[in-house]
Design a protein around this ligand. Structure first.
Ligand SMILES: NC(=O)c1ccc[n+]([C@@H]2O[C@H](COP(=O)([O-])OP(=O)(O)OC[C@H]3O[C@@H](n4cnc5c(N)ncnc54)[C@H](OP(=O)(O)O)[C@@H]3O)[C@@H](O)[C@H]2O)c1
Length: 265
């Protein structure tokens, strides 16, 4: 019999698959997935056991909820009364609070709420983790250990999960938008699409690596690129004129506001 900790993933879609791919070597992984093709793929690629929700809950010490918010009610109905205090429930479902899960599942369920992001698919994600009222501090460690297999983790108070959603949850889209615009601007200047993509991607990658390696703050490094009256200054003046800082701040605030509106408490 395997001595590995049992982890059951409910919903083997994008995020569920990313988690399965990250943990299948280290844990005994069970998956419950509606789509039979996906289920077969998960079995083949990651040697997971595919089961129904009842067997998954029965067999696993840690349960990971990874269905879309619109499917949460049907899943909770099937789980209600089955999740004892010996289990840890990790939910990555956007907008579903730990209080909501505790209420719907009855008893004192140990809930860890997490907000991962898209680069989790290549184990380069970052996940905000918080604990519900019945989870123990050790449960947070277990959550961080499991989700650490898809990237980095940060522990926050649950009231900050909406902020995490706005920053790192939605964040990849801001980076892709920035990249798209740099590429389009490069093409408009006469560079080929391929070369524009190559120049823009490596500029972003190289700049991030520079921050990581030098440990200097971005504003200092920005000043290093910017000589008075030079080309970078000309570009930054246009950003300043259009209040890029305000636009950016309003956009991230709008994401946080929307996360609050969509929340089920
Ligand atoms: N993707 C991300 O980058 C990301 C980031 C942060 C958080 N999240 C959260 O992660 C959750 C999953 O997102 P996702 O992008 O992975 O969605 P997804 O690809 O649609 O995956 C959800 C999977 O769950 C399956 N499912 C639905 N109801 C089920 C049930 N009753 N029993 C078993 N499986 C069921 C779905 O099957 P069908 O398609 O057949 O219904 C689907 O394969 C969401 O709550 C989202 O908020 C995702």
């Amino acid at each position: 019999m395997s001595k590995k900790m049992t982890v059951g993933i409910i919903g083997g879609g994008n995020m569920g698959t990313a988690i399965a791919a990250g943990i299948w070597n280290a844990y005994d992984v069970y998956v419950c997935e509606k789509d039979k093709k996906r289920e077969a793929l998960l079995r083949r690629k990651y040697s997971v056991k595919t089961v129904d929700i009842a067997s998954l809950v029965k067999n696993c010490k840690v349960l990971v909820l990874a269905v879309k918010p619109q499917n949460i009610d049907e899943v909770l109905d099937l789980m209600n009364g089955r999740v004892g205090q010996d289990k840890i429930l990790i939910s990555v479902v956007a907008g579903i609070t730990s209080a909501f899960l505790e209420k719907r599942l009855g008893g004192k369920v140990r809930v860890i709420r997490a907000m991962p992001n898209l680069p989790a698919q290549i184990r380069e994600g970052i996940t905000g983790i918080s604990k519900g009222q019945h989870a123990k501090p050790h449960d947070l460690k277990v959550g961080a250990l499991i989700l650490g297999n898809i990237g980095q983790t940060v522990v926050v108070d649950e009231k900050l999960i909406n902020a995490i959603t706005a920053v790192s949850g939605s964040g990849p889209a801001y980076v892709f938008l920035f990249l798209e615009n740099l590429v389009n601007s490069a093409v408009a200047l006469g560079l080929s699409k391929d070369m524009s993509m190559k120049l823009s991607m490596q500029t972003i990658k190289g700049s991030i690596s520079l921050i990581e390696k030098t440990k200097q703050c971005p504003s200092l490094l920005r000043e290093q690129v910017t000589s008075k009256g030079g080309t970078t200054q000309a570009a930054l003046d246009v950003f300043a004129e259009h209040r890029f800082d305000k636009i950016f701040c309003s956009a991230v605030k709008a994401a946080e506001k929307r996360a609050k509106e969509l929340a089920r408490n």
